[in-house]
Write a protein that binds this ligand. Structure first.
Ligand code: UDP
Length: 323
């Protein structure tokens, strides 16, 4: 079977490409490296079942040569940190376009060739949630004009255009709402919480907590997430087209707890925790309700936080040490 992965050079996309190759797929990866990194997929270049095409999926309709049995649309900046060059706030128009025009281009290709589509949506469609934990039925609390809207609204539109193709053209598009995910291949410079905390701790620099550290997040190890993506894509349910699933780890901790755990796992660090001003529009709590994925797909995360964090720290040590 053939798989097309847009954003296959990104953090999650690169793990997905590896897993698909291991499962026997022939994989084409489309990436313009706006936020992905070549090193994430460098070693796949020698695999005869892998092909990388450097392409902006918003530039033009996708050529029939990219037709596949499974389409995974992951291409998009995803870090919210406005101070970093590859975040969605630094690339707001690209973010809006890749989740709308880019999504449409993928859907048109699937419409022409009858493949299945999985759209990588996000917990950010719930905005700063008023319901906790967040269930798939929750419509969210999103600002359409706030600094995060270029991402939140783009992902919401991506979901909406998927549903148009499901209802109007019978395309088999499925939706995954990805909650905070971590692991090797994260960009150490993307400004997110763990990349910041780990690189700060490794370099004996202050650990920067934005706000008072009492906000929460629930972190899922990337291999667990990829398992959830495939479980949705391969679900045999008759109502799978247009079905939405939360995928994440419901184990919730405060930002301060994550900072302390990183310091505990890097005992040589001389870093101290410092508090910086809170980030505007920062969701105060986030935790997935994964009842649906558990009940309908038999999926749930299995990698413990400490184990996943240790692997992530090992990876950051390796990439930040190399020239
Ligand atoms: N955060 C922090 N210090 C950092 C980076 C992030 O305190 O150096 C906080 C951020 O304000 C948010 C949480 O950590 O409350 C998770 O942020 P992240 O950028 O990882 O992703 P988000 O969940 O906001 O999309």
């Amino acid at each position: 079977m053939r798989a097309l992965v847009t954003g296959g050079g990104g953090f999650i996309g690169s793990h997905l490409c590896r897993r698909l190759l291991a499962d026997g797929f022939t994989v084409t990866c489309l990436d313009n490296f706006a936020s992905g990194m070549r090193r994430n997929i460098a070693e796949l270049a020698e695999n005869p079942n892998f092909r990388l095409v450097e392409l902006d999926v918003t530039a033009a309709p996708l050529d029939d040569e990219f037709k596949a049995d499974r389409y995974f649309h992951l291409a998009s900046p995803a870090s919210p940190n406005p101070h970093t060059p590859r975040s969605y706030m630094a690339l707001p128009l690209e973010t809006a376009m890749v989740n709308s025009v880019g999504m449409r281009n993928v859907l048109d290709l699937a419409k022409r060739h009858a493949g299945r589509v999985l759209f990588a949506s996000t917990s950010e469609v719930y905005g700063d949630p008023l319901e906790h934990p967040q269930r798939e039925e929750y419509w969210g609390n999103v600002s359409s004009t706030g600094p995060r809207s270029c991402y939140d609204e783009a992902k919401r539109f991506g979901e909406a255009i998927c549903m148009i193709y499901v209802r109007k053209y019978g395309v088999d598009a499925r939706l995954i709402r990805i909650f905070n995910t971590y692991g090797p291949n994260m960009d150490p410079e993307d400004g997110r919480m763990l990349p910041n905390f780990i690189t700060q701790a490794l370099n004996n620099k202050p650990i920067t907590i934005y706000g008072d550290g009492r906000y929460t997040r629930s972190l899922c190890f990337v291999q667990d997430l990829v398992g959830g993506m495939l479980a949705i894509m391969e679900s045999p349910r008759s109502d799978a087209a247009g079905r939405v699933y939360n995928v994440g780890n419901p184990e919730e901790h405060t930002i301060l707890e994550y900072a302390k755990l990183v310091l505990e796992l890097i005992p040589s660090s001389r870093s101290e925790i410092v508090y910086e001003p809170p980030v505007p529009d920062d969701p105060s709590r986030r935790k997935p309700d994964i009842t649906r994925a558990q009940a309908e797909l038999g999926w749930q995360p299995s990698v413990p936080l400490r184990e996943g964090l240790q692997k992530t720290i090992d990876y950051f040590r390796e990439v930040t040490a190399s020239p």
